[in-house]
Design a protein around this ligand. Structure first.
Ligand SMILES: [Zn+2]
Length: 421
């Protein structure tokens, strides 16, 4: 079967200034040209682990750490995914052989997934990264584009962060629990999840109320320091459940989907963050989907210099489309916001949210008159920015009528590819 190499070395730098641990939902990481998000074919994802230790952890302790980080995803009852360690790798991967091993992985010749324990950061250095700022990485390294399935993957854990040395600028250290949490995020990538933006004020504002922090997903582009111990949020659970739905997921939860449209009510708008919030707990129970996330980032825009991206559908009906499933029954609002694209920590490239930021390296600004656009049906040009509809979502319900969000106050027809300047 034809296999395609992926090219995303999603590295995890550390942000001391924010006391955040960035890594390397509701969004898929890769989408094939039929508009189908990539996932592992089987609901049991298997992996092999390295020989040797990890920082001050023995090999057996490292295996437990990895298994427990995978288990966080396996524990979601609306998702059908489990993990199985098949055994040890044939050799201990270290600074001496990591480059050869990386070639093997890049050429899709490794089995399933390989989890590498870099005892002291020397393998990270051998790969050309700074061992004091790169926690490790995880990537699905090869796909079968026709079937939309991952075929090979790997993760590397940098044991220097948990070698027992005191934390200092020259030797960054984490607790084992913090380290494990960072790899819950990384393993999210390994099984097909992209980044999600919920409550971005927790990154950009000085203050972040605790209920806001509770809503920041594990798949946020930067793992905020105080959320390191937090578990998966509704956004994370929705994202993994959409990729690996349990048999009763669609019957036990609800779904909201539609399009983001410019003010003419017809032209679809790519690359905006759609957030569904629970009326009961709007800050902590929220799920996102990037408009047009299934569509390719580089088709149709003559201003974009990249052509031939192997990812994303070419079906124009998917431009501006959002899709949020796995919602517990209840009342919800729907809102549209820009994706954070500037400042110190923009959601671009490896830290990207949605295909525009990831592949094109910018994010669209919010056009129109509302900095946050709420779904209000029927929409009228005279609506206020706080006017909104409350959607009642029942178990098994798929709300896809009257769910388009019209961005008020943009030009009557708007070039869907302009950036709002
Ligand atoms: Zn990430």
């Amino acid at each position: 079967m034809p296999e395609t190499r992926l090219f995303r070395p999603a590295v995890i730098p550390i942000l001391l200034a924010l006391s955040a641990v960035p890594a390397v939902a509701g969004n898929p990481l890769y989408v094939n040209q039929n508009g189908v998000p990539y996932r592992w074919a089987d609901s049991t994802v298997s992996y092999y682990t390295d020989l040797g230790g990890l920082g001050n952890q023995t090999n057996a302790q490292a295996d437990v750490l990895v298994a427990s980080a995978f288990q966080v995803w396996a524990d979601i009852d609306t998702a059908d995914i489990t993990f199985e360690r098949l055994g040890d790798l044939d050799e201990d991967i270290n600074a001496d052989n990591i480059l050869d091993f990386f070639d093997t992985v890049s050429n899709c010749q490794n089995l399933d997934n390989s989890i590498i324990y870099d005892q002291d950061g020397s393998a990270v250095e051998a790969l050309g990264f700074d061992s004091n700022s790169v926690l490790g990485f995880a990537l699905a390294s090869c796909v079968n584009a026709a079937t939309g399935h991952y075929t090979n993957g790997m993760a590397l854990l940098n044991g220097r962060f948990i070698d027992g040395e005191p934390n200092s600028p020259y030797h960054q250290s984490l607790t084992v629990e913090e380290f494990r949490s960072a790899f819950v995020h990384e393993f999210g990538h390994l099984i097909g999840l992209g980044h999600s933006q919920i409550n971005v004020n927790c990154l950009t504002d000085i203050s972040c109320p605790s209920e806001d922090l509770d809503g920041v997903p594990v798949m946020f582009p930067y793992l905020l320091g105080s959320s390191l111990e937090a578990g998966l949020t509704l956004d994370d659970r929705s994202a993994i459940s959409m990729l690996y739905p349990s048999p009763d997921m669609s019957a036990s939860t609800g779904r909201i989907r539609g399009k983001v449209l410019f003010a003419d009510g017809q032209t679809p708008a790519q690359g905006y963050n759609v957030v569904v919030r629970s009326v009961l707990s709007p800050r902590s129970a929220a799920v996102s989907s990037v408009s047009g996330h299934l569509f390719t980032a580089d088709a149709g825009n003559p201003l974009v210099p990249i052509y031939g991206l192997p990812f994303g559908s070419r079906d124009p009906s998917l431009i501006g489309y959002y899709d949020i499933a796995g919602l517990p029954p209840g009342e919800y609002t729907v809102e549209v916001e820009p994706i954070h694209g500037s400042g110190l920590y923009p959601f671009l490239y490896d830290s990207g949210v949605g295909p525009i930021g990831e592949y094109l390296g910018f994010q669209y600004k919010m056009p129109g008159k509302c900095s946050l656009q709420l779904l209000n049906f029927p929409s009228s040009p005279d609506d206020g920015c706080s006017d909104h509809t409350i959607l009642n979502v029942a178990a098994g319900q798929d709300l896809n009528l009257d769910t388009d969000i019209i961005l008020l106050g943009t030009p009557p027809r708007y070039d869907a590819w302009e950036n709002g300047d």
